[in-house]
Write a protein that binds this ligand. Sequence first.
Ligand code: APR
Length: 241
Amino acid sequence: MDDRSGRSIVILTGAGISKESGLSTFRDADGLWATVRIEDVATPQAFRSNPVRVHDFYNARRRQMADPAVQPNAAHVALARLEAEWPGELLLVTQNIDDLHERAGSHAVLHMHGELLKLRCGHCQVVLEWRGDASVGTPCPSCGHVAGLRPHVVWFGEMPLGMEAIYAALDACDLFISIGTSGAVYPAAGFVEEVRRHGHAHSVELNLEPSLGVSAFDEAIHGPATDIVPAFVERVLTRGW
Ligand code: APR
């Protein structure tokens, strides 16, 4: 039996992995938070005080996902290959709300900040696939309430999804890879410290530039995701780490 089958991998991705697919990051000079304020579109208070504006922001991002030019890139494809070919367990935790990992062929994806192509009803809590625009007047197809539907995304001040499963995987894994994330937003920014304190994994940062937390990683490789992620995946599959 392949002795790698007992070795598990956890991958964390952020906006940097989707940048070369044409989606903006948040904190780069041309990032989303340079054009719109977090307090206006990405908090529960923003949605309470101006739901039209918040829906408009996410409607625009949802429409962008339907643009034929926005496709999974070589980094997404490489991670899908790693999942397909790695004989042990693998969990891909993403902060991204786009569906590019799934479109590249990844299955074990946990969207800790939710998903752009879903809405959630604040009345009955049903989660629905949603590809079109949403508005305050859209009735919930499940319970019929109007004004209850919100983007199924985790806003600042809200609890990310799947944290119990994520920490269990981090504590048990043998390799932790962080890709395309600035290390500015917790709890994801603290995953490498979790691995250092409670786990035993070799930790690797793959990012365009050193992240805020780079010194906590055992190894760091810097460059565009479409170059460095396929190369790192090839290395893991052929030589390990
Ligand atoms: N290849 C690799 N990394 C890249 C590339 C690229 N082509 N382009 C940019 N990056 C890097 C940047 O250098 C930066 O360190 O990706 C990182 C993106 O950082 P952020 O914009 O802060 O995105 P992220 O870390 O995913 O943000 C976390 O913040 O506002 C929220 O909820 C939002 O999930 C998001 C969270």
